[in-house]
Design a protein around this ligand. Structure first.
Ligand code: GNR
Ligand code: NI
Length: 174
């Protein structure tokens, strides 16, 4: 297994629309293993393939308290959504940024698992938020797109500055 690099906003590759997976094979399963390793190491509750520069319709998630309920969703589709609620969201592609986003409260999602078997499940709470957030990633959409242009611009400037500083630090001798 190998940890992958998570793309950071405003990297344009986060805007690519992911392609449907035609066959769930060992190559896909190896990507899934690396994505879990990356997600757990970064302490995220979800990770979309888009965030690791793989533009296929796939995400992993684990919203359990003990981080021991790994879930895989391939070619996910939301088939039912009801209610609305607003919650604070974060994203591994936006370190240190949190903002309130409105989402459906309860959803039903259908997808393929790591063996290529179709399953359907309903979700609410953090898992429902996470599934909607990850499917947005696969469509090149980011949680800041729900904010005002002014807020989005502030976040972009903050992250660009932090990335410049990190780059500068990395190239200096210590
Ligand atoms: O780790 C994550 N936490 C989170 C918290 C609230 C709403 C959504 C998320 S998803 C995020 C991981 C991530 O960036 N997935 O794409
Ligand atoms: Ni995210």
């Amino acid at each position: 297994m190998a940890k992958m690099t998570v793309l950071q906003y405003p990297d344009e590759r986060l805007r690519k629309v992911a392609q449907k997976i035609e066959k769930v094979d060992d190559n896909i399963r190896s990507v899934i293993d690396d994505m879990f390793e990356t997600m757990y190491e970064e302490q995220g509750v979800g990770l979309a393939a888009t965030q690791v520069d793989i533009h296929k319709r796939l995400f992993v998630a684990d919203c359990s308290e003990d981080q021991n309920e790994p879930m895989v969703f391939i070619n996910p589709e939301i088939t039912e959504a009801e209610g609305h609620f607003k919650n604070d969201e974060g994203c591994l592609s936006f370190p240190g940024v949190y903002a309130k986003v409105e989402r459906a409260e309860k959803i039903t999602v259908t997808a393929l698992d790591k063996n290529g078997e179709r399953f359907s499940r309903s979700a609410e709470g953090l898992l429902a938020i996470c599934i909607q957030h990850e499917i947005d990633h696969l469509n090149g959409k980011l949680f800041v797109d729900y904010l005002s242009p002014l807020k989005r611009e502030r976040i972009r400037k903050k992250l660009e500055k932090e990335q410049r500083l990190a780059e500068k630090y990395a190239t200096e001798a210590h």
